[in-house]
Write a protein that binds this ligand. Structure first.
Ligand SMILES: Nc1ncnc2c1ncn2[C@@H]1O[C@H](COP(=O)(O)OP(=O)(O)OP(=O)(O)O)[C@@H](O)[C@H]1O
Length: 256
């Protein structure tokens, strides 16, 4: 479990996270939602250890990050897979070289072991045989699948994803969402996803944390978000006519 307690993060006078407390469980896809500027990326960077909170703790299966020494932090870092917005593949490297990159950096494996691992993750994301291709030869959805393969090649315990659907058409976005959720369940990963995409939130949000003014304003499941009476959530999630309608239908059906 990842436990976040009373997290505070400021930049100069700007107090961004103001005592955020939440927890994320194994095998679950957790989504962080909130308006632009509400601190989702800052929070993800705190989880990654890229920002140091002034107050509060983040514990990874009992290991409080701020209390770890440099070697323990380094070891923990190898347990984290990251899916960046826009895939962030190295353009000059092939698919295979991209996926092998973290193995070469952090794992002490033979070429044969690495090759086996690359092929098995490529198979998992349905890209068998894509090894020699360059990112520019792939569609956005395929690039995203390569990025997922790279994020899971080290068998991470934790997977953090920043806007995994940005720039994808709705059908491809759903494929990527389902892949993230399936891999999370199969491997018992703790996955945390920052998202603007309400479709994703409804589809795979087993736990949703709504950030507002640097705090958790609401949390619940993708079932509970349909029935919540929390006005801030309603204003944010059901701002579009389509989602208003979906909520209405859901509420009417649940009365039957
Ligand atoms: N390194 C930084 N230095 C100063 N201010 C920062 C820094 N990083 C983020 N901020 C500020 O923190 C606030 C929250 O930013 P953040 O990127 O976390 O928002 P977000 O919820 O992810 O927004 P979006 O949905 O648009 O990506 C913003 O006001 C931003 O300007």
């Amino acid at each position: 479990m990842i436990e976040v307690k009373e997290l505070h993060k400021s930049f100069g006078d700007a107090h961004i996270l103001k005592g955020l407390t939440t927890a994320f469980e194994k095998g679950k896809t957790n989504m962080i939602i909130g308006q632009s500027g509400s601190g989702k990326t800052v929070f993800l960077k705190c989880l990654l250890g890229l920002h140091t909170p002034e107050e509060g703790t983040i514990s990874f299966d009992g290991r409080i990050y701020s209390e770890l020494d440099i070697n323990q932090k380094r070891a923990l870092r190898t347990e984290i897979g990251m899916l960046f917005q826009g895939s962030a593949l190295f353009d000059s490297l092939t698919v295979e070289e991209n996926i092998m990159f973290p193995l070469k950096m952090f794992a002490n494996q033979t070429k044969k072991e690495m090759q086996y691992k690359v092929n098995s993750v490529l198979e998992r994301v349905n890209l068998v045989g894509a090894n020699p291709k360059f990112p520019a030869e792939l569609s956005g959805g395929m690039q995203k699948r390569v990025a997922i393969a790279r994020a899971i090649v080290m068998n991470p315990k934790y997977l953090f994803c920043d806007e995994p659907n940005s720039g994808l058409d709705p059908q491809t976005a759903t494929v990527i969402d389902n892949l993230i959720q399936e891999i999370t369940r199969e491997n018992g990963i703790i996955t945390v996803v920052n998202s603007h995409d309400m479709n994703s939130v409804m589809e795979i949000g087993e736990k949703i944390v709504f950030l507002k003014d640097g705090k958790k304003a609401w949390e619940g499941t993708n079932k509970e978000i349909f029935i919540t009476e929390n006005q801030a959530v309603i204003n944010f999630v059901y701002s579009s006519n389509l989602f208003k309608k979906v909520r209405e239908v859901y509420l009417n059906e649940s009365k039957l």
